[in-house]
Design a binder for this molecule. Structure first.
Ligand SMILES: [Zn+2]
Length: 106
């Protein structure tokens, strides 16, 4: 049961399942992934109750979680400010380039 498992074992399990599925688990630094604008990287502070990201700098208005997911994706492929290390980004780019192409609907 998840509540009984240690966090590291959970991450190991996710990495294992990702590898079996031909994908990769990439760890990113979560700092400000929901606060930074995915369009222009401007820091846009907001409380958890604010569910819409609205950037005063570039005018981007999107769902808060969608904004965060774009920042996390950018970090995972080494394009954002949140990637944990170069080796992770390098591995991510290699895995993405070798992964089967799947349609991504947004
Ligand atoms: Zn912006």
């Amino acid at each position: 049961m998840l509540a009984d498992a240690s966090w590291s074992k959970f991450l190991d399990f996710i990495a294992y399942k990702a590898e079996r599925a031909g994908a990769a688990m990439i760890r990113v630094n979560p700092r400000n992934t929901s606060q930074n604008c995915s369009g222009c990287s401007e820091l846009v502070p907001k409380s958890l109750a604010v569910r819409t990201h609205s950037c005063p700098s570039c005018g981007l208005v999107i769902d808060r979680d969608f904004n965060a997911s774009i920042n996390i994706l950018k970090a995972g492929i080494g394009l954002g400010e949140h990637n944990v290390g170069r080796s992770w980004a390098k591995r991510a780019r290699r895995n993405i380039s070798e992964a089967p192409v799947r349609e991504l609907k947004i």
